[in-house]
Ligand binder design. Structure first.
Ligand code: SAM
Length: 268
C-alpha cells in the first residue's frame, strides 16, 4: 500500500480514474443541485469508498477519490462503506474535516452485508439517494442491488467491469474456472444466464444487455450513455452504468455525458 503526502494510505490508480471522477462529479453536481427543491435530504452512499486519495502510478500525482468528490457537492448526508480497515481509517481522517456540519456515517464492512446499518442511517421520508458502486471487479452482488431497489429511492451509478474481468474470465473453458469464480459470477449477474455468453465472442453489448435485463426486471431504467474507461492502449477497462426509476435521472445522465473529460462535445 502506498502512502500519500499526508502519510496515510492511498490507492494506486491509472489515468482513467480521473475520467471516472469527472463523470461522477458532473452527475453528483446535477443530482445534488437539481433535486434540492423537491428533496430536502440528499444522501450520497459510497459502497466501495476507498481511502479518499489516489496516486497516479505514472505521474505520482495525487487526486481526490470518490468520497472527496461527493463532499464537494451539496449533498446533505453521506454514508461511506469500506471493507479494508486501513482504507477505512484513512477515509475518516480525510473526509471528516470536509463535512462542514453535514452528517456522515462510516461503515466498516462488506457492501453486500451492511443493509441494516445503511437503512438505520437513512431517513427515507423526503430523501433521495445517489449510490455509487465502484469496486475493483465483480464485488457488487445483484441481490444487493435488488435490496436497494426494494427499499430505497435511489439512483445507482455502477462500475461495470468489462475489460478488467468479464471479457477475460467468462470465455475461459469450464474446467479453468474455479468454483468460487463461478459462484461470484452468478451473484454478480443474479443468475446463471452469463454462462451462455461463453459461446459468444466477447462483446460489451452482449454482456451489458444481460446485466441490464436483470436491472430492468428490478424496475430500473438505464441511462443511454456508458462512459468507457480505457488504459493507455485504449483498451476498455470498465463502463459506468446509470440505473434509476426516475426519468429526471436519465436526463441528468445525458447532460453529464454531453461534454467528455477533454472538453469535447459528444456527438449522439
Ligand atoms: C476501486 S476502489 C474504490 C475507489 C473509489 N470509489 C474512488 O473512486 O475513489 C475499491 C474499494 O473497495 C474496497 N472493497 C473491496 N471489496 C469490498 C466490499 N465487499 N465491500 C466494501 N468495500 C470493498 C476496497 O478495499 C477498495 O478500497
Amino acid at each position: 500500500m502506498q502512502l500519500a503526502s499526508d502519510g496515510l494510505p492511498a490507492m494506486d490508480v491509472g489515468a482513467w480514474a480521473e475520467n471516472k471522477h469527472y463523470y461522477l462529479n458532473r452527475y453528483c453536481s446535477m443530482f445534488a443541485v437539481g433535486t434540492s427543491k423537491k428533496w430536502s435530504r440528499r444522501y450520497y452512499i459510497d459502497l466501495f469508498s476507498g481511502p479518499g486519495i489516489g496516486i497516479n502510478r505514472e505521474t505520482g500525482q495525487e487526486s481526490p477519490g470518490s468520497p472527496l468528490i461527493a463532499l464537494a457537492n451539496p449533498f446533505t448526508d453521506f454514508i461511506f462503506v469500506e471493507a479494508d480497515p486501513e482504507n477505512f481509517e484513512a477515509l475518516k481522517v480525510r473526509t471528516e474535516p470536509l463535512l462542514n456540519g453535514r452528517h456522515a456515517e462510516y461503515i466498516l464492512g462488506d457492501a453486500n452485508a451492511v443493509f441494516s446499518e445503511i437503512v438505520k442511517n437513512v431517513q427515507q421520508q423526503g430523501s433521495l439517494s445517489l449510490i455509487f458502486a465502484d469496486p475493483y471487479t465483480i464485488q457488487l452482488k445483484m441481490r444487493t442491488v435488488q435490496w436497494f431497489s426494494e427499499n430505497f429511492r435511489a439512483d445507482l451509478l455502477i462500475h461495470f467491469p468489462y475489460g478488467t474481468f468479464l471479457q477475460r474470465v467468462i470465455p475461459q473453458i469450464h474446467t479453468e474456472m474455479t468454483e468460487e469464480t463461478l459462484m461470484e459470477l452468478n451473484e454478480f449477474f443474479g443468475g446463471t444466464g452469463w454462462q451462455e455468453l461463453r459461446a459468444h465472442k466477447p462483446n460489451p453489448r452482449v454482456y451489458l444487455d444481460l446485466y441490464e435485463a436483470r436491472l430492468r426486471e428490478l424496475g430500473y431504467m438505464i441511462g443511454d450513455n456508458y462512459p468507457r474507461m480505457v488504459n493507455s492502449k485504449n483498451a476498455t477497462l470498465y463502463y459506468l452504468v446509470l440505473a434509476s426509476k426516475n426519468e429526471l435521472a436519465l436526463k441528468f445522465w445525458k447532460i453529464t455525458n454531453e461534454i467528455d473529460p477533454y472538453g469535447q462535445r459528444t456527438l449522439f
